[in-house]
Design a protein around this ligand. Structure first.
Ligand SMILES: Cc1cc2nc3c(=O)[nH]c(=O)nc-3n(C[C@H](O)[C@H](O)[C@H](O)COP(=O)(O)OP(=O)(O)OC[C@H]3O[C@@H](n4cnc5c(N)ncnc54)[C@H](O)[C@@H]3O)c2cc1C
Length: 330
């Protein structure tokens, strides 16, 4: 049975019945012809294999970057199996700006539109013009334009109507030439008139300081999404916890940092077996070396239950949990 430890960033010692890497659409088609039950994987930085998976893991490594320059923008057509951070670095080196706030986010380009990756005040949706995919019902190539992608906070149509029905093969980006650095968020706000390179450097510095490197300490980044709550509930909670941080989503909703809720309940450093709530970033659960899927689920459930009891807020995992037969919820 092929091991999945090196195929996902949490590095659990799970296996699968078979594993196939595809580098083009023909190889994908032949892989699909030979399997009825499969899980599609990019770089596994948002996926945890909590048990042995009874099926085929299909690993996307479709490569290639082409560039078209227009008067007002640079357009990049990028194979879904390219590495995201390498794309950000490539774009910066070519003098194409905009993606630098998203430096060092692990994963493949093909996965970036699915949860609309975001960091330091920028979401990838801002730069996606369209997404090319294989429609698995008909095995035809299709293109979906930005406006149809239903991008939201860590969300898109690929998590809903198109979930499990497509394989993304290429993402088409448009980087406007009238570049304006985004420095509204956290540590970037202190930079003095930074250029794209300064932002890239600072984002990398801060991320390295704050987040454990999955190559050293297995993890899947933020384990939970930041919950969005109604204004009424927010005001009620604020009257009890005056120091509670929050960000406005719209007139009626506020986003609460899940890390604050988890920290408030004393979970920093809490360990179940070989799974630990990271001592400096409680939104991240880590694998101390030999963690099991069961231990991950146990600690995640303890956090969800405590936050629910204390704040009446239901935390939702940001990561995908894959068990024996496929995706599970907590
Ligand atoms: C240390 C760390 C820090 C992180 N920081 C951030 C952050 O700041 N912001 C953020 O948004 N995310 C962050 N993440 C999460 C992660 O980097 C992103 O979700 C990333 O886009 C996952 O890419 P992947 O290729 O590894 O996806 P995978 O885990 O391989 O797949 C994720 C999901 O997408 C599906 N999928 C993958 N490729 C395709 C495809 N080609 N077609 C159709 N479906 C596909 C899979 O089936 C799965 O359901 C972080 C993760 C880690 C480990």
């Amino acid at each position: 049975m092929p091991g999945l430890r090196s195929y996902h960033s949490f590095h659990l010692s799970s296996n699968c019945d078979s594993l196939l890497v595809f580098e083009d659409v023909e190889q994908l088609q032949s892989a699909l012809d030979n399997t009825s039950h499969y899980y599609l994987l990019g770089e596994g930085s948002n996926t945890l294999f909590t048990e042995d998976f009874t099926g085929t893991v299909l690993v996307n490594r479709i490569k290639g970057i082409s560039t078209t320059v227009t008067e007002s923008a640079v357009c990049l057509q990028v194979g879904a199996g390219e590495n995201w951070h390498e794309l950000v670095t490539f774009a910066l080196k070519q003098g194409y700006h905009g993606l630098e706030n998203l430096a060092l986010i692990p994963g493949s380009v093909g996965a970036c539109p699915i949860q609309n990756i975001g960091a330091y005040g920028v979401e990838v949706a801002n730069f996606i013009e369209s997404v090319d995919y294989i429609d698995l019902a008909t095995f035809t190539q299709k293109r979906i334009a930005h406006d149809q992608c239903q991008f939201g906070y860590r969300d898109s149509i690929f998590k809903h109507t198109l979930a499990g029905k497509v394989v993304i093969t290429q993402v088409n980006f448009k980087l406007p030439k009238n570049y304006k650095p985004v420095t509204t968020y956290g540590e970037l706000a202190v930079l003095n008139q930074p250029n794209a390179q300064d932002i890239y450097n600072e984002v990398i510095r801060v991320r390295r300081k704050k987040l454990p490197d999955p190559a050293v300490l297995g993890n899947a980044g933020s384990f939970f999404k930041n919950p969005v709550i109604g204004l009424e509930q927010y005001q009620k909670l604020l009257s009890i916890h005056a120091e509670m941080p929050a960000y406005k989503v719209d007139k009626h909703h506020m986003k609460i940092p899940a890390a604050w809720l988890i920290d408030k309940l004393g979970f920093k450093g809490r360990t179940v077996g070989e799974v630990r709530c990271h001592p400096t970033q409680p939104l991240v659960l880590t694998n101390l070396g030999h963690a099991s899927g069961e231990q991950v689920i146990q600690l995640a459930r303890q956090i969800i239950d405590s936050v629910e009891q204390q704040f009446a807020i239901t935390l939702e995992p940001e990561v995908r949990l894959v068990a024996k037969h496929g995706l599970i919820t907590l």
